[in-house]
Design a protein. Structure first.
Length: 201
């Protein structure tokens, strides 16, 4: 989702232009799989990428054709979920997602018809799914172009370094971050991808 329009817009912004010139960010294809990606994000919470991948593959192996259909996740024995390395809390959250997907017929959901805020409000009704998780889903599953996850630690650290923001108070930091990100609209998702990659490098 590194569209020419996004790059052209961001290159006009002096506060992020140097990152664009010196940071390579690969393009990506959004999956569109809201239910599946929600499950994966819950499994990966607070785990390294490598460990999360192993546990998620074990989780998938519990189901026919390696796909966790909601009706199967709801019905599976809790201890079976625990047996693949999931905590009791995460096992419960996965079943919460599956039940919510069944109750709201995710297969027929028209996500494109919902605004970013509507998607956040809708999915955070699920116990175990927070705002940050839905923002990641909006960015990488639904390819929404203007998401700014102000609570993301990586974005906070990158902006503190880039703009020499010294506020230690969380509220003050977030206010400064939002102010600095305003010129990036309507392409803040793309700007954040550059910030993450720049910080990692």
């Amino acid at each position: 989702m590194n569209s020419k329009a996004a790059i052209a817009h961001l290159q006009q912004e002096a506060n992020i232009q140097p990152l664009l010139a010196n940071t390579a960010v690969p393009d990506f294809t959004p999956s569109g799989r809201v239910y599946y990606d929600l499950l994966k994000s819950i499994v990966s919470q607070q785990l390294s990428v490598k460990v999360a991948d192993v546990i998620f593959k074990r989780f998938l192996s519990l189901f026919p054709e390696n796909y966790p259909h909601p009706e199967d996740v709801v019905k599976i024995e809790f201890e079976q979920l625990r047996s693949v390395g999931l905590s009791g809390q995460k096992a419960g959250y996965l079943q919460n997602v599956a039940k919510f997907a069944l109750d709201n017929d995710f297969e027929k959901m028209d996500w494109a018809a919902m605004s970013d805020d509507e998607v956040i409000h809708f999915l955070t009704q699920i116990k175990g799914v927070g705002k940050w998780t839905v923002q990641m889903l909006l960015m990488f599953t639904l390819a929404r172009p203007d998401i700014f996850p102000v609570d993301d630690l990586g974005i906070q650290q990158a902006m503190q370094r880039l703009f020499k923001i010294e506020e230690s108070n969380s509220r003050s930091l977030k206010i400064r971050m939002i102010e600095r990100s305003e010129p990036w609209r309507p392409w803040r998702t793309v700007a954040c991808r550059y910030l993450w990659r720049w910080k990692d490098n």
